[in-house]
Design a protein around this ligand. Structure first.
Ligand SMILES: Nc1nc2c(ncn2[C@@H]2O[C@H](COP(=O)(O)OP(=O)(O)OP(=O)(O)O)[C@@H](O)[C@H]2O)c(=O)[nH]1
Ligand SMILES: [Mg+2]
Length: 390
């Protein structure tokens, strides 16, 4: 058998593509194209250890390389950015080194992997950010399977029922993150007119998506943009400034702003630090919120018109930023990330990433609570079972 190469995840769509080489001599072929950032060659690297380097023509693309041994022969994988050019350049280099290209097939799933891994691979191809991709890649490598396997009990569960229930609860908590890895979180930027919402939105988006203007009432409709905030996929929403108005179009925009604020995961309430707080600011601060919020005092590059202590939230922390100069944007980005995902999964942790996983976990937890170990195993078998769904 010769050395073969295939793109395991669909190229061109996701943040990360996995290029797999297998067959006798696969390690040497991968080694020939992989240029480590530092340290010895890929062949000298123990199986399973991830290495950072470059591959491809010229300077090449940044890749993570790993040798795997599945018992069925040597396998190596190069994970690269998902863009078509990057993937093609890595595949081409491997072909030059002697591999034969074959079409992607689901049989290229990780050794021993099946449904969970297949689903993780499918989602990986659609991962909008590298952080999402990293977590899905871990699941494709068996992180979730391993943890589920640890919970299912062959023998009588005995005294460790509470430990297993805690493990199920921990997985379910991570599932709240896992099920958002593709769809992301919604963050709405709200405040009264002219406080700098659109400027801040553009700063977070990284380019001028929304119109910024000295005249109040510029943003009329909700402007959205999908981006990565602290590595998480986020839909940012810029909204119309909230105030009393007789203008029917502005009023419609304000209605929409309120609606968005009701369904978002987080509100960033922007105040203008360079002007005294207006009644509209105070109304917004006092309004009951159904979602978590961050208070941002913008225009910190100008002379300060009010002390932070003037608002009740001061003790909880108001973020001072200048959307104009960019000062304070990095801490704001970190704060948004912390609010959306206060407890990110550790590297290698099992993360349920589909609602179906959470439903099965809930069922398994109920069975375990009832002392029904056979029922627990049956529920988990739905996920762990070898029946391939695709
Ligand atoms: N000096 C300074 N000016 C700012 C800052 N942020 C925004 N501005 C200015 O404030 C004005 C209003 O900014 P926008 O971002 O359009 O404000 P907005 O809150 O979106 O306003 P509406 O869409 O009308 O509700 C513009 O002239 C901006 O250049 C800042 O941090 N510092
Ligand atoms: Mg605006």
């Amino acid at each position: 058998m010769d050395v073969q190469v295939a793109v395991v995840t669909g190229s061109g769509r996701g943040a990360v593509a996995v290029v797999r080489v297998w067959g006798p001599g696969a390690g040497a072929v991968a080694d020939a194209v992989f240029r480590p950032v530092r340290g010895g060659s890929l062949l000298e690297t123990p199986v399973g250890r991830l290495r950072l380097g470059r591959a491809g023509a010229g300077l090449g693309d940044e890749v993570v390389a790993v040798r795997l041994d599945d018992g069925g022969g040597p396998v190596a994988e190069l994970q690269c950015h998902g863009g078509v050019a990057a993937v093609e350049s890595v595949v081409e280099a491997l072909v030059q080194a002697g591999a034969r290209r074959v079409d992607q097939t689901v049989d290229l799933l990780p050794p021993g992997g099946d449904r969970i891994e297949a689903d993780a691979m499918a989602d990986l191809a659609r991962a909008p950010t590298l952080r999402s991709a990293e977590i899905l890649l871990e699941q494709a490598r068996g992180a979730l399977r391993r943890e589920l396997g640890g919970i299912s009990c062959r023998e009588s569960a005995g005294s460790d029922i509470s430990a297993r229930l805690a493990a199920i609860a921990a997985l379910a908590a991570r599932g709240a993150i896992g099920t958002r890895l593709l769809s992301g979180w919604k963050v709405v930027i709200a405040g009264r007119p002219n406080v700098g919402k659109s400027r801040l939105f553009n700063g977070l988006a990284g380019f001028d998506r929304s119109i910024v203007h000295p005249m109040p009432g510029v943003t009329r409709d909700v402007v959205t943009f999908r981006t990565a905030v602290a590595g998480w996929p986020v839909e940012l929403c810029d909204t119309a400034g909230q105030c009393e108005t007789d203008d029917p179009i502005e009023a419609l925009g304000i209605d929409r702003a309120r609606r968005e604020s009701g369904i978002a995961d987080l509100m960033v309430l922007v105040l203008d630090r360079s002007r005294p707080l207006a009644p509209a600011d105070r109304r917004l601060l006092a309004a009951p919120t159904t979602i978590p919020r961050l208070i941002v005092a913008n225009k910190s590059d100008l002379a300060v018109a009010w002390p932070l202590g003037e608002i009740d939230e001061a003790s909880a922390g108001v973020l001072t930023v200048s959307a104009e100069t960019g000062e304070g944007l990095d801490p704001l980005i970190a704060a948004i990330g912390d609010r959306l995902v206060p407890d990110p999964p550790a590297t290698g942790a099992g993360v349920p990433f589909r609602h179906e996983h959470l439903e099965i976990l809930a069922r398994a937890g109920k069975r375990l609570e009832a002392g029904d170990v056979a029922g627990l195993n049956r529920a988990l078998e739905d996920l762990l079972g070898k029946a391939r769904s695709r």
